[in-house]
Design a binder for this molecule. Structure first.
Ligand SMILES: [Zn+2]
Length: 276
């Protein structure tokens, strides 16, 4: 499967490739109508606008540092995943988006290893049956994803941070792929770079994910960026990693429409089918 991912609604309607992903709700807090029949992404807790409006909603680290866009290591604001009102509203939005197409959950999870230590999270962890905070965090996220999958009519795809080393996703974000695979239909892993002058890291990470989650009952796709990279190199990179998953999705802008047509032509051409 070769697909596209775009923030351009018109481009999303063009049906380029086998599957289309559209950015409906972004970490900036921007929300747009979902495009019917495609995979519409919804940012979970990544919401700069919400954190700007209500700074006390941000997830906080053990030293009190909030997950805000002006804090080093955070490119956007992140609401605490146990905020009950935000969680309820997010699930309602996922239900709305999931009524017209498939749903991709972006930024699911806690915004870092040391998050969240807000008073509510401290209380909830203390009241829980868990001795290990990392286990409690994973349960918080898995239960949310399960609820999200119940609300969505179509497929639900979860984004995984590109770190396949065993245990790292759980330590970083509270993402337990084996537990999540019982609820989602697939995983999408961003492996984005500008120009891809080197590609060994893309191949290594894709191979690592194949080992880490390839046996689970969920599809595995990889997301590549296209900006600054010629079609031949992109097609070569896709050929290099396709054996490790079920699909490759290319992030594109309106100006990349011809480029991606060339990439697909190269990937689906007669020469390619002989190789495949
Ligand atoms: Zn919290």
């Amino acid at each position: 499967m070769y697909g596209i991912l775009t923030a351009d609604a018109d481009l999303a309607r063009e049906g380029l490739g086998d599957r289309t992903y559209y950015f409906a709700e972004r970490v900036s807090g921007t929300r747009r109508d979902p495009v019917p029949g495609v995979v519409n992404s919804v940012a979970c807790w990544g919401d700069t606008e919400a954190v700007r409006e209500s700074p006390d909603r941000a997830a906080v680290a053990g030293d009190g540092t909030p997950a805000a866009p002006d804090v080093e290591g955070h490119h956007w604001g992140t609401v605490c995943p146990t905020d009950p009102d935000y969680r309820a509203a997010l699930l309602d939005r996922i239900a709305d988006v999931g009524a017209v197409g498939d749903v991709r959950l972006t930024t699911p999870g806690f915004p870092g290893e040391d998050f969240c230590r807000c008073d509510r999270c401290e209380r909830l962890f203390g009241e829980s049956d868990f001795d290990e905070r990392v286990e409690w965090r994973s349960t918080v996220i898995t239960e949310f994803v399960a609820d999200a999958a119940d609300r969505a009519d179509g497929d639900v795809i979860a984004t995984l941070y590109p770190d396949p080393y065993p245990g790292h996703l759980q330590e970083r974000a509270g993402l337990d792929p084996a537990a999540l695979a019982e609820h989602v239909d697939g995983f999408l892993v961003p492996l984005c770079g500008t120009g891809y002058e080197t590609t060994y890291w893309v191949e290594s990470l894709a191979r690592g994910f194949a080992s880490a989650v390839g046996d689970l009952d969920a599809s595995l796709s990889f997301q590549l960026s296209t900006s600054g990279t010629e079609a031949e190199r992109l097609a070569g990179l896709a050929r290099q990693i396709r054996e490790f998953g079920d699909g490759v999705v290319f992030g594109i802008h309106r100006t990349d429409a011809d480029l991606i047509r060339d990439v697909f032509a190269e990937l689906n051409g007669p020469e390619s089918s002989v190789v495949a």
